[in-house]
Design a protein around this ligand. Sequence first.
Ligand code: G4P
Length: 523
Amino acid sequence: MNSLSDRRTFAIISHPDAGKTTLTEKLLYFGGAIHLAGEVKARGQNRRARSDWMKIEQQRGISVTSSVMTFEKDGLTFNLLDTPGHEDFSEDTYRTLTAVDSAVMVIDAARGIEAQTRKLFEVCRLRSVPIITFVNKVDREGRSAFELLDEVADILQLDVCPMSWPVGMGSDFEGVYDLYANTLSQPEGPSREFHGKSLAFTGLDDLALDKVLSADGLRLLRDEAELAQGGYSSFDGEAYRNGDLTPVYFGSALKDFGVAELIAALGKHAPGPRPQPAEPAPIAPDYAEVTGFVFKVQANMDPNHRDRIAFMRLCSGIFKRGMKLTPTGHGKPIAIHSPILFFAQNRELADEAFPGDIIGIPNHGTLRVGDTLSEKATIRFTGLPNFAPEILRRVALKDPTKTKQLRKALDDMAEEGVTQVFYPEIGSNWIIGVVGQLQLEVLLSRLEAEYKVDAGLEMAPFDTARWVSAADPADLKAFMDLNRTSMAKDRDGNPVYLAKTAWDVGYVADRYPKVKFAATRER
Ligand code: G4P
């Protein structure tokens, strides 16, 4: 079945080590896309071995770049967009979240909400992305389910609705009870994994539960589940889809508990392709033309080619191979002859794709992050932000004859969204800006490996940046003339004010009320 609403395009948000890789692997396994546990990691190593252009991935053993994995189940197509799992993430991660319709938030039962989960959650909230929570590792000793639910509710300001309940944790773990289907999944064998032993009951008071749980386990389950059902919200699909309520599943990705339930929940409750914010009006999947936006550009997936792959999220219409799409605002129609669909193990040429799908479009640098592609080029998707960098560095070129290569490299990487680049009005020391430290290492490593430019980074006299604009161009000009030593242009020629601290920005903003200082810039 292929229709405009049978896609589930989602991402997993979590803090490193909560179990995202394990859960991804199990989702693909239960979704039938891979056949052996361990394939995702194996694939990761394989890919790392091939993409030696990004030495940093090898050195650190982390995946800096995101990818897309697709599986089909129960007549639905699930597109899982991977977000880099490292603590030190980039704008890439944020942007990936603009391309999903829902998210799964994985938290470690022993740790609860951690820093990165929270940051990623905030990005989801900005776009009202609905979230299903998966409390992972209940096979281990963890915090009480109540404590975890309260934490999610308090920190994220969401209504929580427990969908299942763990029977004991750690060495007392006896399974997971589905509070809605009234089924109990139980561990089996020495590894205490879930091998499909799922028993149905008429309810928590079913006497048959006595036969399968220990007396302590049953008492605990009955007491706790009753309290939980009384104390937390019951499931409300609309509140979930509006981003106001999160259904919470308890499970263990490692031991297969809760994974099938999670896929079923995504299928049943998660939204299909949602209307996407655009000008002049949001675009729904049944809009008359094929439209999409580029949320990520990745260079050199194949080190032998200088090609780039632009990842486009299809927002409306049925895309057919060979179709011509035009990037709004710049350029001629592009005939897309070799679109790529991403499956777990292979990349395949796509003949057609539907709203919610991600297509890889090979190109030589024509397509950029934030570009809208459509048949008539009369609309523009909005809301793909550039974030004000939190770290600024001056680029020091060791060989001055390489200025041209450096400029090209910085422009390319700004275009891909790896780093931002600012060209000061005065002086020739270009400044790059990043949101996380890791991006600096990616930059240096790629400058050397791909562009053969030997450069270093020095502290810059600025620590933050704001895009400036004003309703009246004269006000902007007056401001820029008086503050030339702090002014720069970004990759697209937009004026940027560089400041020492956020406090300075506030101070200057007070003095120039007609000038707008923006911490994000939509492309
Ligand atoms: P991440 O992608 O979020 O960083 O986490 P990842 O899946 O790599 O999991 C982090 C660690 O937690 C791994 O252990 C993994 O095996 C373990 N883990 C994941 N899910 C569960 C679970 O449900 N129960 C238990 N008990 N452990 C879980 P590791 O020792 O760091 O790695 P490995 O050597 O096992 O690969």
